[in-house]
Ligand binder design. Sequence first.
Ligand SMILES: [Zn+2]
Length: 256
Amino acid sequence: MDALRSRPRMPVRHFLGRIRSGALSASNRRELPLDGSEPMVSFTFDDFPQSALHVGGAILKSYGACGTFYAAMGLMDQVNDLGRQFCAEDLQSLLRDGHELGSHTFGHLSCRRSSLRGFEGDVWKGKQAVERVAGADRPHQFSYPYGHVTFRAKPRVGAGMSSCRGIVPGVNESPVDLNLLRANSLYSRSWDLEGIHTLLERNEQCRGWLIFYTHDVADSPSPFGCTPGEFEAVVRLAVERRARVLPIGQVLLNTH
Ligand SMILES: [Zn+2]
């Protein structure tokens, strides 16, 4: 009784958010069975700041792995609280290095703060801008800015993308939902190595697909990034545990 009484209460907003995430994950699914032969891990970056590629991408390469970078093309050459954003040359070197370029709307729009029409317009504009760089004939991956998804946007955006990634945490267990892939943050401010171990273990047990996301990778990261040491520790763990570390599109190719 006392233990129950002393347990901190989950704030109502947080509780409602979890119910909403659960309902969103359950609705309008586009399911893909995994082949189940081995656990897979993907490292992804949103927006993306230059340090994501220059530091995070370089760490992945040093382990013989590649990542997926979701660019909001309207952020090119800008400087914001995540640091300097990617430039045109970064996009070329990213592709040369074998990483994957996906989109993240053009203007970094939240689908909860704009009309469905306005959001969709920006989604397709962002996709086309990425296709002009990466080619229109390849699979296209998308991630929702701020992780904001709505019941109406999910099926409409999902229908035009190879996959859509949000920020609903957990392991993607077979059959995965291509309209809303689960992903887990790698943020210094909420660093939880034990939680990461648990996710990797769960991923091994179910031979699932574990996706991580972050933004900047810097010695003094923003609240939405992590340090090079933290990032490398997770990449090393995934490799040591014999998970296959692949960009999102590569997982989908291997699964078909
Ligand atoms: Zn973003």
